[in-house]
Every structure is written in C-alpha cells, then in structure tokens.
Design a binder for this molecule. Sequence first.
Ligand code: NAD
Length: 332
Amino acid sequence: KKLGIALVGLGSYATHQLAPALQETEHCYLAGIVTGTPSKAKEWKRKYKIPDKNIYTYDTYDQIADNPDIDIIYIVLPNGMHAEYTVRGAKAKKHIISEKPMATSAADCQRMLDACREHNVKLSIGYRLHFEPHNQRVMELGQQQVYGPVKEVEAADSFVFTGNPNAWRLDKKLAGGGPLMDLGIYCVQGAIYTLGQSPVAITAKFGQVTRPDYFDEVEQSISWEMEFPNGAVAKCRSSYNDNEGLLSGKAEKGWWKLDPAYSYSGIKGETSEGTMDLPQVNQQARQMDDFARCVKENKETRVPGEMGLRDVKILEAIYEAARTGKRVEVKV
Ligand code: NAD
C-alpha cells in the first residue's frame, strides 16, 4: 500500500517540487493538503483529485488525527512554524517530515524530537541531497578517503534576493536568520557529509549590508570556517546578494567539485580523474519514497530529526562566532 502524505503549506516548494514529485513516487502519494487559502484548496483538489475530507485549514489541522488516509505530514511552512506544526502533527500520531532548517532554535528542535518520541512517530528532515547521486559520490569520496584524507572543503550557496522586502525569509522571527538559515545550511551539510564528521570549532564574519531596505533584521551575507577533528577545514559562505552553489573537496591525492551542487536538477561534478558521469534524478521523489519505506519497514531514516538538531546547533554556533568575533567550540 502507498502511504498517504499531507502537505502543510502550499507555497513555492510544495507547489513546484513536492507535489510534482509525489506523482512519481512508488511508496507514497499526495493524499491531503493543509492550506489557509480557499482558492488553493480548490485548485489542488481539482488538479490532484484530493477528496474534500482530506483538505484541512490551519484551524482544522489537528483533526488529521482522525484521518486514516494520512500517514505522513510534510511541513513546508516558514522555518519559524516548523516546530509548532511538527508537535501538533506528532500529537495526531502521524509521522513527520519537516523542511530545513528543522526549526529556528535548537530548543525548538528538541521539542520536536521529544514530541515525536512521546507519540512514537518518526521524524525526518527534507535533506533531499542525501538522495542525489553526485552528492552521494562526494560522501563516498570523502568518507571512504578514495583520494586519501580530506584536507579542505569549500562550500558556497547564495542567490540574489529580489522581490518583496516583507517576505518571511527576511523576517527574523519566521526565518530564524538570513541566508545562513536558508542556504548556508547546505554548506554545513555538505562539509559534514564530505568528511563524515561534525565540526569542533567555528569562526565567522557577517558581510557588509549594501541593501538595508532588505536586510534590517537578518544578515545579507556571512562567511565562516569550520574545523574538524581530523584537522580538515571547511571554508563556507552564503549570501542573498550573489549567485553560487558550490561544494568542493581537496584530499591528499585528488580533488572533486560539484557546481552547481545543490540545485533540484542539472547538478554537475568533476574529480581530478575527470567528469562525474552520474544520472539526474528526482531528489524529492527519492527522499519521500525512502521515508515512506522507513515508515513501512520501521527502519531509521538516514536524515532524522537528530541530524536537523545537530545542524541547527551548528548554525547557532556560526551566528555566535559572527556576533562575538570569537572562535566558538561546538559540541554536537
Ligand atoms: P513560500 O513562501 O513559497 O511558502 C510558504 C507557505 O507557507 C505559503 O504557502 C504561505 O501561505 C504559508 N504560510 C502559512 N503561514 C504563513 C505565515 N505566517 N507567513 C508566511 N507564510 C505562511 O516558501 P517556500 O520556499 O515554499 O519554503 C517553505 C519551507 O520549505 C521553508 O522552510 C524552506 O526552507 C523550505 N524549502 C526547502 C527547499 C529544499 O530544497 N529542501 C526548497 C525551498 C524551500
């Protein structure tokens, strides 16, 4: 049986990536939606043949508890809302996928983990790149030391933010921070899955604010360095004023580079031996299918809530390092 997924928050990512991906999945399907916008409910109902009984608003959300069609709730709301909707979803005894970053504080991540443990449901984070072949090759090259021990990682993820200056991504409360929370998290992830280790210390610096009309609450850009237990260093940067998506590694006897590294499609890679010849896949379909299988077979997901908490602790340490100008030790 395919498990039923309900998407919560029908914004850009749910509309353009997750719903189309759910047309390709084998172990789960789009069973329901939660939206505050009646016109979206109508459109999605028609487009995806969703029965009325599986359509919820934020006010009726908790009634999902009584709906056997919904096995998994996928939270695709602004970052600052992930915790509340995960805790309520866990109380409804549904398994949860929360988008990245897991929450806007480590304390909220912990609340999410506790709620899911208490109600005996699984919790996963939308880390799609763990299911993407080029990024999986980087994990292998780095962690299995195919070219010897990794010395240095470089990671950058940025885009030029245009559009509405009132968008939630620029609102400290809803976003938790600026590009670090939204994009820099991919650099943190990339460095960790290259090395197979978590960083032990961090230094960081905020960039200049050249567009104060946009960046009066969250940073416009940030750069940071992470030290790893094996002596490797990751040099990272993230900005809402640039276009970049890079993950590269230098090891003793070779190197690799993904560019673009984090996009939904068109990821390209090369190593010191030549071009990576790997397939393009639907990352989101693979990610959701994997979680559905974990639920069906009662297995651990490779992208669990604990990983989301680890990363948010690291993001908090990066902000602390940038704020204080000090080298911050991380314990995760
Ligand atoms: P979006 O702004 O397009 O969508 C957000 C949705 O939340 C909208 O439908 C909006 O109506 C709804 N919403 C409900 N209450 C809201 C409130 N108080 N303020 C603002 N919006 C509210 O954003 P998005 O790009 O779809 O991002 C949603 C989440 O998905 C974020 O956590 C983001 O980090 C994550 N995301 C992940 C990826 C990925 O590749 N894994 C890609 C994009 C976004």
